[in-house]
Design a protein around this ligand. Structure first.
Ligand SMILES: [Zn+2]
Length: 395
């Protein structure tokens, strides 16, 4: 099964203590989304001390400039990018703590340990001399976790051309290779009538009911969702519009001035998000006209839809590396979430693979990662880079 001499040489370059130490040091620096400056500084310092070329790129977020590190073979070839976010959701800080094979703490799962594995992979390539051609580009940034961030720093970096020929993202996801995923946006509508709040027996006859207008909006959105049922991708699932909240009124006999509805809209790979937004705008404009209420609305992109080309050299290199390390290729499946891989795919048109360690508790105060599996990720990343960056190695 294992015809590749590379894993053995890489395995001996892998340093578990160093990998665990890197993960612990990243976890030890608190970094809620928007405030990841200190941990990015720490990562930049580590990479500089390890001898890599490091620069900082603000990407519109001056207080936490992204880390852009590079390890170059000195020979022409492809550039593989390892990309990770070092911000964590806004929850009470938990320091790093070892517990058997598990490392715990804020970001242990999402995704400081994965980042540590990608750093270990670059170190392994540097020490083993196995990167014969091309280069590894390592990018670390803030502003990933919604609602505090929406990937705007990464979008700027991509816009500035800080992009490799293929991207690996060590998010905590390892059961299958995600090949298609829906785009997602949030929408929010506020319906208003003019005039002050009044007792219902005094309500002016000519004033529209914001609750009735909201009910009409629910009906229109349900009709839309029924039509969207026809749009199905065999892997990503179906397009949808979803209502998560509907609030109005203060007490039972006061004529309300405002109603608020909020939800999500998801679309399939290949659909234009501009067209999706235009369809929502038409629906809200028609509601304002037909119900006589004022309609304020917003439509905010989370991430665009995603599709991975299974014939791309990145997938070939990744599956060959994965097979060499694990014994068989990783089965394919849907991407049930949106992540920064969607941005690389939509904005730069490059292949992006989300693959990281076995881990859990993301977005809770109970995060953990398996250190044995983290070693596997470092090996898969280093071997994928060696195979992808040297086109001759893939022949
Ligand atoms: Zn994450």
């Amino acid at each position: 099964m294992n015809r590749d001499p590379l894993p053995g040489r890489l395995r001996s370059a892998l340093n578990r203590d160093r990998l665990v130490q890197t993960a612990k040091e990243l976890i030890a620096v608190p970094s809620p989304t928007g405030q990841a400056g200190a941990v990015l500084d720490r990562a930049a310092e580590m990479l500089e001390n390890a001898g890599f070329a490091v620069r900082r790129a603000a990407g519109g977020h001056e207080s936490a400039p992204a880390v852009v590190a590079r390890f170059d073979s000195g020979e022409p070839g492809r550039v593989i990018q390892f990309d990770g976010h070092l911000d964590t959701v806004h929850l009470p800080f938990c320091p790093p703590r070892l517990e058997g094979d598990w490392l715990r703490g804020s970001g242990a799962s999402d995704m400081k340990s994965g980042v540590a594995a990608s750093i270990e992979a670059v170190r392994m390539l540097q020490e083993s001399g196995l990167l014969k051609r091309g280069a590894v580009l390592l990018t670390l940034h803030d502003l990933h976790e919604a609602p505090w961030g929406r990937g705007e720093q990464l979008d700027r970096l991509i816009g500035e051309g800080i992009v490799g020929d293929g991207v690996l993202l060590p998010e905590p996801f390892c059961d299958h290779l995600p090949v298609a995923g829906r785009g997602a946006a949030t929408w929010k509508v506020i319906l208003r009538r003019s005039g002050p709040p009044v007792h219902e027996v005094h309500r002016p006859a000519d004033q529209p009911s914001v609750i009735a207008a909201g009910a009409e909006l629910v009906r229109l959105l349900q009709d839309l969702d029924k039509r969207l049922q026809q749009q199905v991708d065999p892997i990503a699932g179906r397009a949808s519009v979803f209502i998560g909240q509907f609030h109005s009124g203060e007490i039972y006999n006061q004529f309300p001035q405002e109603a608020m509805l909020e939800g999500t809209r998801r679309w399939l790979p290949g659909a234009s998000r501009e067209a999706v937004e235009a369809e929502m705008r038409t629906l809200f404009d028609n509601l304002a006209r037909d119900c006589g209420v004022e309609v304020d609305w917003e439509f905010r992109l989370i991430r665009d839809a995603f599709r991975l080309d299974l014939d791309s050299p990145l997938v070939t290199a990744f599956q060959r590396a994965y097979s060499a390390v694990v014994g068989q290729p990783l089965p394919t499946g849907p991407k049930p979430f949106v992540d920064d891989g969607n941005s690389f795919s939509a904005l730069a048109g490059v292949a992006a693979i989300t693959h990281g360690p076995r881990a859990g508790g993301q977005h809770t105060v109970d995060e953990w990662v398996s250190l044995d599996d983290l070693e596997r990720v470092a090996l898969v990343y280093a071997l994928t880079a060696a195979l992808f960056c040297d086109p001759a190695a893939q022949a």
